[in-house]
Design a protein around this ligand. Sequence first.
Ligand SMILES: [Cu+2]
Length: 276
Amino acid sequence: MKQRLLVVLSVMLVGCAGEQSAPATPPAPQQVAIHAVDFAFHGPDTISAGMTTFVMENAGAVLHHVQIVRLDSAKTYADLMAAMARPGPPPAWAVMMPGPNAPDPTMRSNATLNLAPGNYALICLVDIPGGVPHVAKGMSKPLTVIPATAGTVAAAAPTADVTIDLSDYAFTLSKPLTVGAHTIAVTSKGPQPHEVEIIKFQPGKTMEDLGKWMQKPEGPPPASAIGGTSAQMPGTTAYFTVDLTAGDYALVCFIPDAKDGKVHIEHGMIQTFTLQ
Ligand SMILES: [Cu+2]
């Protein structure tokens, strides 16, 4: 009843404005396909601004993700590559924005966020195997976001059924995750940047097994990477969809700490859960 009333109202409003051709509901976010291989990204060079769903297909043999970097202060992709080649944290004009976090090889992950026009880069900060971030092996790509065509109806943000807030050093869920499909809204509360990665343990395996494997990746991994959203600065929200099956899981954050350089998981930023 309420929905019908809203539809009637919006039809009346559209009618008053004389824009008969305008759709009553905003369109779905634009989809951008990113093909990840060892060690490169393939995808469009230019996209329009607005709500955007990145879908990353991991066609490599190892884990990859997409870290979106917004280049402020008129900085360019070349400036970022030069800065990344120097030791130390990234410069303040390189603003971490969430992209699809790591899925296992042959799998896909996704992230939806609102992009303003500007210069961006896609980089992979995964450093398994060997401890060298893949961006240092050439896994990066420039992306230009141009203003949306005048008159286009802006896409709406996805409707989430669960929210996850990221903070130093915790994941706070609006309600427990369950078996099935979810649209999850991830908001960083800071003060540090954080990510969320969902991992699913092989039967009988634990975080300790995964820690050992990450140090020395030999044999089959004790957990599967499912996806999530990569690092984001405080105050931003991104969305991802996931279809969960029964098993043992953890939410983890591998971002290095601003104070001691240890990954956030070592500061307790891990939350395990079991789905039946
Ligand atoms: Cu973190």
